[in-house]
Write a protein that binds this ligand. Structure first.
Ligand SMILES: [Zn+2]
Length: 586
């Protein structure tokens, strides 16, 4: 183990260990990481620290994609990059570019050649600044580069790096883009921003895309697509692009295994895309886009950019019966609000993007399929995954970290925890809030929807932290909620409840339920309101909330006019927990 102190990092101090990898691979990984002491003492707003060396304001990129004999697309580009220096006296600056790109030349806006250095298969492009860049100085570079970016895999166009096609610097910064692409006419091409012109000449389609305001990442998609257009006055026009020919091949091989492919998949996908856009616009507020493209990619996951999403090929093959496809499609759509609309401040806050998008996807599925059971079934699946992961604690593995650890929850010994904790436990946190704020008498959930609306409206176009979200929750709920965020976002405890009850008739003929709840596996001050349903049979029931706090809670439920048949502890999955019903022991 060793300490590393690096003034260039936002969290300067880290403790590292050797990652558990194959013997011939030597890699270090972070155990824990902090700011330097001065940062804490000065009380600076730690999350707003910026250690980038420069900030790119604007890109003007002209790209050409030509078919080669192999069927791949040759990519070449001229990128004009306008940037500000954030640090003094810089004689070398660097950009990140997809490692297979070759740089032909780099020029200053004065027309002067710049010296540069880029190793083959190394993503860093170094540019020499002479004279050295002064702090706050603005300069413009023109870079010519090309590379093997897009591969034709049996008719599927595989973009090998969805971000590395233009020179990037810094940690998730914002810039405006003016993009022109020259692409083969017989292929369909889409990008981000407003499509302000399209023209065809000599078998070449030239399109120009301009972002009306700064965005984090620009991307595009290209392929032999079948197009499906949807107009719905409740939302922006939607274009679905499906790589049809690829599916016919896959469909045939799946059919040989007895797996059926869906019909008119572009319409099935399009329906979820358009309906989730309508649903989320209604719930959270209008997104800042004029058009929405949902495009297919041969990769196995999704990616979201402003007004453009890439969806995995599998969701275009068939729609499953369990609601996973609705969740997946709506998750990527939801990033227009969570992740893009409201960006997250640091990696500690990434659940505000992925946890929120996962929850929004789940919520959409519940509404679209009108299926509460599937909503709870998927939540239970996620809970089971979280629990089976924690069981490693008693084996050789290590328990999962908290949500606020972000990507660092995944290490060589806890691979997969990022998806589990940030996405799935993150979604559970929102579900628990939804449940706690539910008016169980009227089943209205205005407080919860007001929170999401206010959070979106307040932080749209900005970066938000968990604390920013907590403050809005507290304002709308009208009470302190720090304990909730401490328990569920910043800590790892997940309770086990052992519930026992005893019914007793009062002299007046009413019924009372004495309840005893043992709380395990969490710190003694752990507390949660748990929803309880009292069943009287024949679909008659009542609900109440019981606050469980500490190792043992004893509580009497409100007096009941008749004898209940059953008492359900943790109704509507109100808490991420394990419940064991036990016999009453005096
Ligand atoms: Zn996502």
């Amino acid at each position: 183990m060793f300490f590393k102190i690096s003034p260039d990092e936002i969290e300067e101090v880290s403790l590292l260990r050797r990652a558990e990898t194959a013997h011939f691979v030597k890699a270090a990984e972070v155990i824990c990481q902090f700011h330097q002491r001065d940062d804490y003492q000065s009380g600076r707003h730690l999350t707003k620290e910026n250690k980038d060396l420069l900030h790119v304001n604007h890109y003007r990129i002209e790209s050409k994609l030509n078919s080669s004999f192999s069927g791949n697309l040759n990519f070449s580009a001229c990128a004009e990059v306008e940037f500000n220096a954030l640090q003094p006296e810089q004689s070398w600056i660097y950009f990140y570019l997809f490692s297979d790109m070759e740089v032909d030349s780099v020029m200053w806006s004065t027309g002067e050649q710049a010296s540069f250095f880029k190793e083959k298969e190394n993503p860093y492009l170094w540019v020499h600044c002479q004279p050295a860049l002064a702090r706050d100085e603005t300069r413009k570079l023109k870079l010519y580069y090309r590379g093997d970016l897009i591969e034709n895999d049996g008719g599927w166009m595989v973009i090998k790096s969805s971000l590395g096609w233009y020179p990037l610097h810094g940690n998730r910064t914002y810039a405006t883009f003016d993009l022109t692409f020259h692409t083969p006419k017989r292929m369909t091409f889409v990008s981000v921003g407003d499509n302000i012109s399209s023209a065809v000449q000599d078998e070449v389609l030239s399109t120009r895309w301009v972002t009306p305001e700064p965005i984090r990442n620009a991307s595009f998609n290209i392929g032999y697509f079948k197009k499906h257009e949807i107009t719905d006055e409740r939302t922006v026009p939607v274009t679905v692009l499906m790589a049809e020919s690829g599916h016919q091949q896959i469909g045939q091989s799946l059919a040989r295994q007895g797996i059926l492919s869906g019909k008119s998949m572009e319409k099935q996908v399009g329906q979820d895309v358009a309906n989730s856009l309508v649903f989320f616009s209604h719930l959270f507020g209008k997104p800042k886009i004029k058009h929405f493209y949902a495009t297919e990619t041969p990769i196995s996951h999704g990616l979201a950019f402003p007004g453009l999403i890439h969806l995995a090929w599998s969701t275009f093959q068939a729609t499953d019966d369990e609601g996973y496809d609705q969740i997946f499609r709506a998750h990527e759509v939801a990033h227009q609000w969570w992740g893009i609309g409201v960006d997250f401040e640091t990696y500690h806050d990434q659940w505000l993007s992925e946890g929120f998008a996962s929850f929004a996807g789940l919520w959409y599925m519940q509404i679209a399929l009108r299926d509460n059971k599937k909503y709870f079934d998927r939540l239970k699946d996620w809970r089971d995954e979280i629990f089976s992961n924690r069981k490693f604690l008693f084996g050789s593995g290590q328990q999962a970290g908290p949500i606020s650890l972000g990507y660092r929850t995944s290490t060589s010994t806890t691979a997969g925890d990022y998806g589990l904790i940030i996405y799935k436990k993150g979604a559970w946190v929102l579900h628990m809030l939804r449940n706690m704020l539910l008016d169980y008498l009227t089943m209205k959930e205005e407080v919860f929807t007001n929170i999401l609306q206010e959070f979106y409206q307040t932080y749209r176009g900005q970066k938000a932290s968990t604390l920013d979200f907590q403050k809005i929750v507290e304002k709308q709920a009208g009470k302190d909620m720090s304990w909730f965020f401490q328990q569920w976002v910043h800590a790892t405890g997940i309770p086990e409840y052992r519930f026992a009850h005893k019914l007793e008739q009062t002299p007046q003929g009413k019924w009372v339920a004495h309840c005893k709840i043992e709380q395990r596996n969490v710190p003694d001050d752990f507390q949660m309101p748990v929803l309880v349903r009292i069943d009287f049979g024949q679909e008659r029931f009542a609900r109440t909330r019981v606050v469980v706090r500490g190792p043992l809670t004893r509580v009497d439920l409100p007096l009941m006019p008749m004898k209940p048949e059953k008492i359900v502890f943790n109704d509507l999955e109100s808490v991420l927990c394990e419940v064991k019903n036990e016999k009453w022991v005096e």
